[in-house]
Ligand binder design. Structure first.
Ligand code: 48N
Length: 335
């Protein structure tokens, strides 16, 4: 067998050169011949004694992963819209944007390895997710099954919050114009001064979250960047990672001091969050519970309809502003 260092680069689109197909199988029998028809699970049942995976070389796995990741980093280095935070609001924003504008490049930056934010469980770690009507319209749009106590009832119940979040993730990740960069934190914002002196947001500054968490105990670990004319920030209410972008804007004197999330009032909170979702500074749209920190809005506790519909509104605001920005972009078409 040739030394690994001379193994050929895979041809483009990931097809490996035929030479690799001569790698002797673990049993020493070279794997050759035409590709068999697609296997089925039924065929495998009960025949495990001669079961075998197709042979592979570890470098093929490494190259497939790294090639894709770095080509995505290259492609989304200039994005049309960046969504910070893949919680229920960020995911509904991404769904609405990607569906409405398949021509736009949409990057989602999520600090956790697991996207979904606080929407994997209902309140107090209970399973069921409650959404007040008319947010059931969003559930039907995305295809999340729910129980309705009848047309006179004021809410619907998704039997497990994870059913909502996993369905959202499945739909959002299938859009070809969406890229989720999870385990990745927004550590700062790219900003520009407009001629009139106002600060506008023109992208995000990112790093691996594990790096972000260790800036205080390691030597300098510089970040990466993504340029975009519109940032939709949905980083949740205050907490270790919460309300990141608006806190950063206050620190730069770009928006006034935060109002701070107020006490729980479901009826007041959800209307305020949906109606208040907007561009809080040039280039920065805020939705979901991060907005409660900006406006001093009440919290709603364990109802999620406002998160879904705030995402719908955030997408609408982003597309409105995106078209306006097109005129304001510099000669290079860059904001
Ligand atoms: O789920 P969250 O926290 O935020 P939302 O606004 O999508 O949904 C909020 C909702 O879950 C509630 O809090 C409910 C309705 N309760 C209300 C109440 O009264 O208690 O998702 C935010 C996401 C998380 O996944 C974070 O990991 C992520 O944003 N995130 C970040 N990602 C990248 N860079 C950052 N700097 C960052 N900060 C937060």
């Amino acid at each position: 067998m040739a030394p690994v260092a001379v193994y050929p680069e895979p041809t483009n689109n990931g097809q490996v050169a035929t030479k690799l197909s001569a790698i002797p199988h673990a049993s020493g029998v070279p794997v050759t011949g035409a590709v068999k028809p697609q296997a089925t699970v039924e065929e495998m049942a009960g025949k495990w004694s001669d079961f075998r995976f197709r042979p592979i070389r570890e470098s093929q796995v490494s190259r497939e992963m790294t090639r894709r990741y770095f080509s995505d980093l290259d492609k989304y280095a200039e994005s049309d819209i960046v969504i910070v935070g893949a919680g229920s609001c960020g995911l509904s924003t991404a769904y609405c944007l990607a569906k409405a504008r398949p021509d736009l490049k949409i990057a989602i930056i999520e600090a956790n390895v697991s996207p979904g934010g606080g929407a994997w469980l209902g309140g107090q770690l209970f399973s069921a997710m409650i959404m007040r009507k008319p947010a059931d319209a969003f559930l039907r749009e995305v295809g999340v099954p729910y129980e309705d106590a009848g047309e006179d009832s004021n809410y619907v119940t998704v039997k497990h919050a994870a059913l909502f979040t996993s369905t959202m993730l499945s739909k959002v990740l299938q859009f070809p114009n969406v890229k989720l960069f999870n385990a990745t934190s927004v550590e700062d914002l790219i900003t520009r001064r407009s001629p009139d002196g106002t600060l506008r947001v023109a992208g995000v500054v990112t790093n691996w979250t594990l790096v972000t968490m260790h800036h205080d105990d390691q030597s300098c670990m510089d970040p990466n960047t993504i340029n975009a004319p519109i940032i939709v920030s949905t980083t949740g209410h205050d907490g270790p990672f919460g309300a990141f972008c608006v806190k950063r804007m206050v620190a730069m004197d770009a928006i006034p001091a935060l109002g701070g999330m107020r006490g729980l009032d479901m009826n007041v909170a959800e209307d305020a969050i949906v109606k208040g979702t907007r561009e809080v500074a040039p280039g920065l749209i805020v939705g979901g519970m991060e907005l409660s920190e900006v406006d001093g809005a009440n919290r709603m506790g364990p109802t999620f309809g406002a998160m879904a519909l705030s995402g719908v509104k955030a997408a609408e605001e982003a597309l409105k502003v995106f078209e306006e920005r097109r005129e304001q972009c510099n000669e290079g078409g860059k904001w």
